[in-house]
Write a protein that binds this ligand. Structure first.
Ligand SMILES: CC(C)(COP(=O)(O)OP(=O)(O)OC[C@H]1O[C@@H](n2cnc3c(N)ncnc32)[C@H](O)[C@@H]1OP(=O)(O)O)[C@@H](O)C(=O)NCCC(=O)NCCS
Length: 285
């Protein structure tokens, strides 16, 4: 098998999307887990969006002119986030994933990204081993939580839609908790109407770019996060990600009837500091 890696172009999105769906569905079936992507379109549409987003980098792997895998990287902030990485089930375990990941890490090094991160399915030994072998460190585990919206309001925690005026305070909060901002995602989420903030005593104490699998939240306390979860109208599936180290928030979600879809591990290379506050990552980081 002679694999070549090239930049993804718009014409690739359908085939890359089909392979992404097949790769995750086959893996989930083999382990008795529900599918991450319910349909081919649910895998393909985000890939189309990423290929056409100027701050995402995508590559496909080809074998004899046929696409056998793809990988994408979010470059909107100083930390780059890899995902999804997928290889056609018939071509797996033959170094294609390694080549895709090496291309991502080389690109991040060339661009002098401060760090690179991703979340991987904890039940997939191969991806865990591949990423660790490539130099990534395991930082923690996260439960994807799904279910009916909790629909509770916490007295004193005013949750409202974020506006452009909130952007500096949101970025400052992320800087205080994580040591870096995620400004690109914050401005995208404000523009699309998905961002919310918590205000306590006239101060922004939490924000979310959306309480879902693909979005992130940063807060001063776990109660601030609970206020965001309580106000969100739809978590989608596989749901939003709760750090298992935050036992208080994890148990709060369970006591409010939410269920665990699966568990993921975060892996990082480069800049990383232990968060100084509460947070919920996206599937990127
Ligand atoms: C994860 C995935 C992209 C990896 O691609 P791949 O082409 O199958 O993997 P590769 O053959 O390139 O690499 C696998 C590596 O893990 C090693 N490995 C596999 N299983 C292992 C195990 N149980 N223990 C230790 N090492 C293991 C292999 O030896 C190989 O190491 P090497 O690169 O040093 O040779 C692919 O399997 C896939 O699409 N899976 C489904 C979707 C998915 O989970 N994507 C990742 C989401 S984060």
């Amino acid at each position: 098998m002679t694999v070549t890696i090239r930049e993804a172009v718009d014409a690739d999105w359908e085939e890359a999307g089909r392979i992404c769906y097949d790769a995750f569905a086959t893996l989930a079936d083999a382990h008795g887990f529900p599918h991450d992507f319910p349909t081919v379109a649910a895998a393909a549409e985000p890939i189309r969006w990423m290929i056409n987003h100027p701050q995402f980098h995508g590559v496909v792997a080809e074998d004899g002119g046929r696409i056998v895998g793809s990988s994408f990287m979010d470059e909107r902030s100083i930390i780059s986030a890899i995902g999804p990485v997928s290889v056609d089930p018939g071509a797996q375990n033959r170094q294609v994933g390694h080549a895709l990941m090496a291309a991502m890490l080389d690109r991040a090094a060339e661009r002098r990204a401060a760090g690179v991160r991703l979340l991987q399915l904890a039940y997939h030994n191969r991806s865990l081993s591949l990423y660790a072998k490539l130099g990534m460190d395991v930082r923690g585990s996260f439960a994807a939580m799904y279910g009916e919206p909790v629909g509770v309001a916490l007295p004193g925690y005013d949750v409202r839609a974020a506006t452009c005026d909130d952007e500096p305070a949101m970025n400052d909060l992320c800087l205080r908790v994580h040591g870096h901002t995620r400004a690109g995602e914050v401005s995208d989420a404000i523009e699309s109407g998905g961002a919310m903030v918590v205000e306590r005593l006239g101060r922004i104490t939490a924000y979310t770019t959306g309480v879902t699998y693909f979005t992130h939240s940063v807060a001063e306390t776990s109660d601030d996060l609970a206020a965001l979860i309580g106000a969100a109208r739809d978590y989608g599936t596989p749901g939003f990600l709760v750090p298992l180290a935050n036992t208080e928030l994890f148990r709060w979600c369970l006591h409010h009837g939410l269920r665990v879809f699966f568990v993921l591990n975060m892996l990082t290379v480069g800049l990383y500091q232990e968060p100084r506050g509460a947070y919920m990552p996206s599937v990127g980081y």
